[in-house]
Write a protein that binds this ligand. Structure first.
Ligand code: AHR
Length: 355
């Protein structure tokens, strides 16, 4: 599926002017940037882990784009969700004098020192998926990823409209949030969006507990939540693997997942819209799945090429994302005065998806 990508345009010329002054992004030696046909662009890719179906699809997308046939020599490192391992990988890439570093960071903070080291070595850093929170934004060359706050807004606006149509009063909603890895941009955006909506709409947020985007951990978290609260009627899962774990726990506890809250069903909202999650939407077990698009490889390829060749590129790029519902109760929501369409999932749509 082709995705539309958008972002704020920065010219490479301007970027280089700034970064040269700061001792930064591009290789300073013009001769080094003049690629002969045989010269591969060496890229070190620090992926944060393999915790979810989404992450696996994201890794595949990037590996499939940065191929030897396409002119890249890719070094890949899986950090197993540990920031220390990412520091180690980046320092290794610096030692190997790669042309570019691609970083999918596990959390937002803590990157200043290691990214300073990359900058001092003249190696551009392209950040993918989550963001880094650094005091000097010239430490990163470009970023491509999702608008996680917008994803949360879509989910919460949908829940608001859905419960209004079904005649469920806001004060009768008892929500638990199974959070992602604390400190990750995806977690911050999705958790904050829900907290805000609970405040604005008068929904009850019973608990928010992290499960690191992992199915097994989410199942444990949900089992504990079911023991603590007997009135949960909405579970807001911050990714599909967490939704799968939560559903297992709910069903093992003898409860039913679905959208008939009035009849005692527990409504599940999820993020990612990977095949595994969307199958549960088709079964009516996930009521809404907001897409987090992992197919970022082509954009990363374009960026790395542009950075290397001195061509124009966007410093910040958001991938486009859809949302899928199990039924047609709500087919659009308003987002900042714009109508946003919700797709009612069908088998045909699921068949056509790439991940
Ligand atoms: O940062 C993106 C999130 O990380 C995805 O929602 C999740 O599945 C992944 O592990």
């Amino acid at each position: 599926m082709r995705r539309i990508l958008s972002g704020k345009l920065h010219t490479m010329a301007l970027f280089c002017a700034v970064s040269m002054v700061l001792g930064g992004c591009a290789k300073p030696d013009v001769e080094e940037t003049t690629l002969s046909e045989e010269k591969l662009i060496t890229v070190g890719f620090s992926q944060l882990g393999a915790e979810s179906d989404w992450r696996v699809a994201n890794t595949e997308s990037i590996k499939n784009s940065l191929t030897r046939a396409g002119g890249f020599d890719l070094m890949f490192d899986d950090a197993q969700q540990k920031q220390d391992k990412q520091f180690h990988a980046i320092r290794n890439f610096i030692q190997q004098e790669v042309d570019c570093i691609v970083l999918a960071p596990v959390m937002e903070t803590g990157w200043d020192t290691v990214l300073e080291e990359a900058k001092d070595a003249g190696i551009p850093v392209v950040v993918v998926d989550r963001q880094v929170n650094v005091s000097d934004t010239s430490l990163i060359t470009a970023w491509v990823g999702s608008d996680f706050s917008r994803e949360a807004k879509i989910a919460c606006e949908w829940l608001k409209s859905f419960t209004e149509v079904k005649g469920i009063a806001p004060e009768d909603l008892y929500i638990v949030d199974i959070q992602g890895t604390l400190g990750a941009t995806a977690q911050i955006g999705r958790t904050t969006g829900l907290e805000l909506a609970c405040e604005q709409n008068g929904w009850n947020l019973l608990a928010a507990v992290p499960a690191d985007y992992a199915q097994t951990k989410s199942k444990e978290v949900m089992q504990n939540l079911l023991e603590q609260y007997d009135n949960i009627n909405v579970v807001y899962c911050e990714n599909d693997n967490e939704a799968m774990g939560a559903i297992e726990a709910i069903e093992e506890a003898g409860r039913v997942v679905g959208s008939d809250i009035a009849a005692g069903e527990i409504l599940i909202i999820s993020f990612d819209a990977a095949q595994s999650g969307l199958k549960l939407v088709l079964e009516g077990k996930i009521a809404l799945d907001v897409e987090c698009n992992p197919l970022q490889g082509e954009e990363i390829e374009r960026l790395v090429m542009a950075v290397n060749s001195g061509a124009e590129f966007n410093k910040y790029t958001y991938v486009s994302e859809s949302a899928f519902s199990a039924d047609d109760t709500v087919t659009s929501v308003m987002l900042d005065d714009e109508e946003y369409q919700i797709t009612v999932l069908t088998e045909e749509i699921l068949r056509q998806r790439e991940y």
